[in-house]
Design a protein around this ligand. Structure first.
Ligand code: ATP
Ligand code: MG
Ligand code: FE
Length: 343
């Protein structure tokens, strides 16, 4: 099926077009620069930016794909979770398009879309998979048996999300927002010489929180370490701190993801969300999974961070699976449950 997907849950206005599992267009307009000086996404600013960018971005995607609205089989849009006002712009826009073109509409889950996007890179999922979903707002391990039916949560962060930890640590190291990319770059110039804590990995933690994550202790440990250096008046080896922090995050994420695969007897690990763009996470996951005969699926970095293609990919999957479209009055759901694939 030919599907257009609209993403506006945070600060990226994304419009993607896919035919089956083939990506035809992935147009993106970001308001990230407008938020950078606040050190985080400002909801009102994001909503206004979506409003201005939505129609031009839809037109650009149609142009890039060389298709017309009339050719579409369906329209998909992120219904949640995300910023309420930002979601509303995409949902209202998608409903307007659906109404005008008389096309079916699918309101879909942003997190499931972060998993589904890998089908554009590596084809359909052939068996059960464990998904490691790591982004600015979420860090979860999920079991995926059939993406059109739902996912089963296995564990999640009990405090900060992995991406949030990258953003906070970057800030205290004087790096710009979002912090993932600059930490990734700095870490390549440094060495993981400091041993920072690995949250929820002691034998006792594992008993009650086997597949859960915790990153707030790590963030605090980095802050304390940097403060101690500054108090001494000694220079902070920023690249080494970045590398050490990144190593701790990737160690825990890959350790628990592979444990989840082995526990579930599943051979495929799919990694999605903005943090999946991290070069060390990608390398470490491949290396560790290979030792256990587990295949890692992770899309190219541009498809890991928020985009419209992921929404189109999930929409296309739902159409192909024969799922019924959403009713035209579905709401934007800022707290949409992970167990819902669509509305
Ligand atoms: P959610 O999907 O939970 O709603 P989100 O929509 O805020 O989160 P995503 O684009 O999925 O956004 O992820 C953004 C996060 O990914 C940010 O926290 C950012 O720092 C992080 N990130 C991006 N690139 C990298 C990288 N190379 N290394 C580590 N983290 C990264
Ligand atoms: Mg973003
Ligand atoms: Fe996201």
């Amino acid at each position: 099926p030919l599907v257009l997907g609209i993403e506006t849950s945070c600060d990226e206005t994304g419009v993607g077009i896919v035919r089956g599992h083939t990506l035809l267009a992935d147009a993106l307009a970001s308001s990230v620069d407008e938020h950078a000086r606040f050190g985080g996404v400002v909801p009102e600013v994001a909503s206004r930016a979506h409003l201005e960018a939505l129609v031009p971005t839809i037109n650009r995607a149609l142009d890039d794909a060389g298709v017309k609205l009339a050719d579409l089989d369906a329209i998909a849009v992120t219904a949640g979770p995300g910023l309420a006002g930002a979601l509303l712009v995409g949902v209202a826009g998608a409903k307007g398009l659906a109404l005008a073109t008389e096309k079916p509409i699918f309101g879909v889950n942003h997190l499931a879309a972060h998993v589904a996007v890998d089908t554009l890179e590596h084809g359909p999922f052939t068996g059960p998979a464990i998904a490691l979903l790591v982004s600015g707002g979420h860090s979860s391990l999920l079991r995926v048996d059939d993406l059109s039916a739902g996912v089963t949560p296995m564990g999640a962060t009990i405090d900060d999300a992995a991406g949030e930890a990258f953003d906070k640590v970057a800030r205290l190291l004087g790096m710009p927002f979002p912090g993932g990319p600059p930490i990734d770059r700095a870490a390549r110039e440094g060495e993981a010489t400091v041993s920072f804590p690995r949250g929820l990995t002691t034998a006792r933690d594992l008993q009650s929180h086997r597949f859960d994550f915790s990153f707030s202790g790590l963030k605090t440990a980095v802050a304390r370490w940097v403060e101690a250096r500054e108090r001494d008046g000694s220079p902070v080896p920023v690249n080494d701190v970045a590398a050490s922090f990144q190593e701790a995050v990737c160690d825990v994420l890959t350790m628990k993801a592979i444990d989840a695969c082995r526990h579930a007897g599943v051979q495929t690990l799919v990694i999605g969300g903005g943090v999946a763009a991290n070069s060390r996470l990608r390398a470490m996951a491949q290396e560790r999974a290979a030792k256990h005969g587990i295949t890692v699926r992770v899309p190219r970095p541009k498809l890991c961070t928020d985009n419209g293609a992921m929404v189109a990919a999930l929409g296309s999957h739902l159409v192909a699976a024969g799922r019924r479209p959403s009713k035209l009055d579905f709401p934007a759901d800022s707290a949409m449950s992970l167990s819902l694939i669509g509305v």
